[in-house]
Design a protein around this ligand. Structure first.
Ligand SMILES: [Zn+2]
Length: 727
């Protein structure tokens, strides 16, 4: 059983359903977006378009999808303003209600509030991520501080909290359903975690810290962007490209052309950097790119991130202390499935030891290959990927490029649809009559086995300049039943190679895996069956959220499933057994490196956020001593080093003390898939229990949901076995 070939650390899941998270997540998204905006133009357009604004009118579209064809750039800002004002009025009405606070007039009223704002945010959020332009980015810049203040006005509102607290103190006597109890608990907790119980002085300090942290994060990201764009290498002879796949050679030629150079240009962006490190025989150029990448934000110039990180770490401790926690990690983890730092470290340590052992033995193989190449001396970091490819080729005669013809994107999409059909009986019919945000999008109606409507999925496959990098899912509408049966509308977004005149879009193995992964997030949204939007679908803790997505990758590479969808795009020939065997045989190859590189970053994140005093540290010596503590070998550097660790210091701070989540979720996905393997990978009883777990969204703690599904807590052995650390 081949494991994930890489960690999907590029996958961000945007869920903006949960009320107390909505504004914050939106805000952090905006911040991350501003980081990649090099030239924002002021939006001078008339902004008073509120009448006839399609974002604020009723949507008379099939299934109530957003009228993308009628929405233009100028509609967003006035819609945001109007929707925030409306939300504020709704909150005021809850506060001014003179009746005794009840679950209905407080919690449900709060749940019903902000519908317009949610609608505007979701559409803006989706379009700005997948098809942005200067005007939308200008709107983002203007609206971000307003949304932040709007959020603070609600979650630090003492009068509103008084009502919630009043209901909360009577919770035992109110005869609430389990889901209602959960909504009450989560809402109450959201206010407390925002700092509602602090005195005025502390709240003032809290707002100041939040503001400063947001600014520092923005500066961190801008510096990183500048540093990422400084190093570029140009290759002028074909030999230096080595066995670089044709598609990447073409991309590098285009990059050179765009920069007015002859030959092929490589940059510090991962899609360019990694293949170069894998395939170019030019050791000097490999070193130049590798060092350029590893030193970003650490060059002592105007883009240096050391002081920013140090300041952020100390502000986070101070904020945690204000809220009554010893460290930032304690604060974050108390709301996660892992609960505390001890459990995270216990977990990491269990995987680290065998992973490091395997990485060390991989190093010895690579060293031997280097020597056979006639190079004297030691293997270096910039040699690792290059010699890994040589060993892979020699040992398995396997090259990822051989797979592409069997992974035409429509075939892979049909594969994932077939899987959802075999497991849950779902069917997918194309909708050609609904508005989209880009003509490349495909839209499907999802139906139950008996034909009942379940939801809608928008799929946007190809890379383009208006789309940000990576792959992600978001919800344009979340499932709920508070006011009638509201069905979900979800999106999947990818950066697959666009079709050319001579070839359709052919995916690599990892890209095909990404399609299965994101579709798993989509299913989490589609299969939701709860009452309250705030608890619906993917509104689960950070360390549970990657479980329903990563689990799908297990099916993707099962021989039985591959044979269903992996068919040659020209001949229709089913993927040959010989190729399947190569995939299976090379499954755990290089997993020592992949695991160690990822885990070193997870440890580094935990180290920064377990700090308990606000003394500002020297970044590089702190990182060095932390890496020595875990015994990291010098040929491997953490996947993210401190000064370019955007996941925890830049755009989306929800990954701070949370980078371990991908591996944590993998424990769940490996153990869950094992449940299928014990019977059959399409076993209907297991699929039913699995669906039941997903359908409950965030209405129960993650571990409770898992226990109901599996009859016990997850075991770590399937993960260790999958990565080749256990026989
Ligand atoms: Zn994901």
């Amino acid at each position: 059983m081949p494991p994930s070939q890489f960690i999907h650390s590029n996958c961000y899941l945007y869920s903006i359903n949960k009320k107390h998270k909505l504004m914050k997540q939106f805000y952090t998204f905006i911040i991350s977006l501003l980081l990649v905006t090099s030239s924002c133009q002021q939006n001078n357009q008339e902004t008073a378009i509120t009448s006839n604004n399609p974002l604020l009118s009723e949507w008379n579209t099939p299934f109530g999808v957003p009228p993308f064809d009628k929405i233009n750039n100028n509609h967003y800002q006035p819609a945001f303003e109007a929707a925030m004002a409306e939300h504020k009025n709704e909150i005021d009405l809850i506060i001014k209600n003179t009746d005794e606070p009840t679950f209905a007039n407080t919690l449900e009223a709060l749940e019903r509030s902000g519908k317009s704002l949610s609608r505007v945010s979701r559409v803006f959020f989706a379009v700005n991520g997948a098809n942005t332009n200067d005007s939308l980015q200008a709107v983002a810049k203007i609206i971000a501080p307003k949304l932040s203040a709007h959020s603070d006005d609600i979650y630090l509102n003492a009068d509103l909290f008084k009502k919630i607290n009043s209901v909360y103190t009577q919770k035992e006597t109110l005869n609430l359903t389990p889901e209602q109890q959960r909504l009450l608990e989560e809402t109450y907790k959201g206010f407390v975690r925002s700092g509602i119980n602090l005195d005025e002085e502390s709240q003032t300090r809290l707002r100041a810290i939040n503001g400063e942290l947001a600014q520092l994060a923005q500066q961190f990201g801008q510096n990183l962007l500048a540093e990422t764009n400084t190093t570029k290498v140009v290759v002028t002879s074909k030999e230096e490209l080595g066995n670089l796949p044709a598609s990447l050679v073409a991309a590098a030629a285009k990059e050179a052309e765009n920069n007015g150079k002859e030959g092929w240009m490589f940059t510090l962006q991962r899609p360019s950097l990694n293949p170069f490190l894998q395939y170019s025989p030019n050791r000097e150029l490999r070193k130049e790119l590798y060092m350029g990448y590893a030193m970003r934000g650490n060059n002592g110039n105007e883009n240096d991130n050391n002081k920013i990180v140090s300041k952020m770490a100390s502000l986070r401790v101070e904020r945690a202390n204000l809220k009554g926690y010893k460290s930032h990690a304690d604060y974050i983890l108390s709301d996660n499935m892992a609960e505390n730092t001890t459990r995270v470290y216990d977990f990491l340590n269990k995987v680290w030891t065998p992973a490091l052992e395997m990485a060390t033995s991989e190093r010895d193989d690579l060293q031997a290959m280097l020597e056979r190449d006639g190079i004297k001396g030691k293997l270096e970091g910039w040699d690792w990927r290059y010699y890994t490819e040589k060993v892979r080729k020699e040992r398995f005669d396997y090259d990822e490029e051989q797979m592409r013809p069997y992974f035409e994107f429509n075939a892979v999409k049909d594969g994932v649809f077939m899987l959802a059909n075999k497991l849950f009986g779902l069917t997918f019919s194309p909708l050609n009559n609904v508005p989209t945000w880009h003509p490349d999008q495909q839209v499907f109606e999802v139906k139950e086995a008996d034909g009942t409507h379940l939801g809608i999925i928008y799929m946007d496959f190809f890379a383009r300049e208006s789309k940000r990098g990576g792959a992600w899912m978001n919800a344009l509408r979340s499932q709920s039943k508070l006011d009638g049966n509201i069905t979900p509308i979800v999106t999947n977004n990818f950066n697959f190679p666009p079709p050319t005149e001579s070839s359709p879009s052919l995916l690599s193995f990892t890209e095909a895996q990404t399609l299965f992964h994101e579709f798993g997030h989509a299913l989490h949204g589609l299969l939701s069956n709860v009452t309250y939007t705030s608890l619906s679908g993917t509104n689960v803790p950070r360390d549970f959220v990657e479980f329903p997505s990563q689990v799908m990758e297990n099916w993707m590479s099962e021989p039985e499933v591959l044979k269903l969808y992996a068919k040659h795009y020209q001949t229709g020939e089913v993927i040959p057994d010989e190729l399947i065997k190569k995939i299976t045989d090379s499954g755990v190859f290089n997993q020592g490196f992949a695991t160690v590189e990822y885990m070193a970053a997870a440890y580094l994140d935990m180290a920064w956020h377990s700090l308990k005093d606000t003394t500002q540290l020297t970044t590089s010596s702190f990182e060095k001593s932390e890496m020595e503590k875990i015994g990291l070998i010098e040929e491997i550097i953490p996947r993210y080093k401190t000064t370019y660790y955007n996941h925890i210091f830049g755009g989306d701070p929800s990954y701070s003390s949370g980078y371990y989540s991908y591996l944590w979720s993998e424990v769940l996905d490996a153990d869950a898939f094992q449940a299928f393997k014990e019977t059959s990978i399409f076993d209907q009883e297991t699929a039913k229990r699995y669906r039941k777990m997903l359908s409950q969204g965030g209405t129960k703690p993650g571990m409770d949901l898992y226990r109901e599904f599996r009859g016990r807590e997850p075991k770590i052995e399937p993960l260790l076995r999958k990565r080749g650390f256990l026989n």
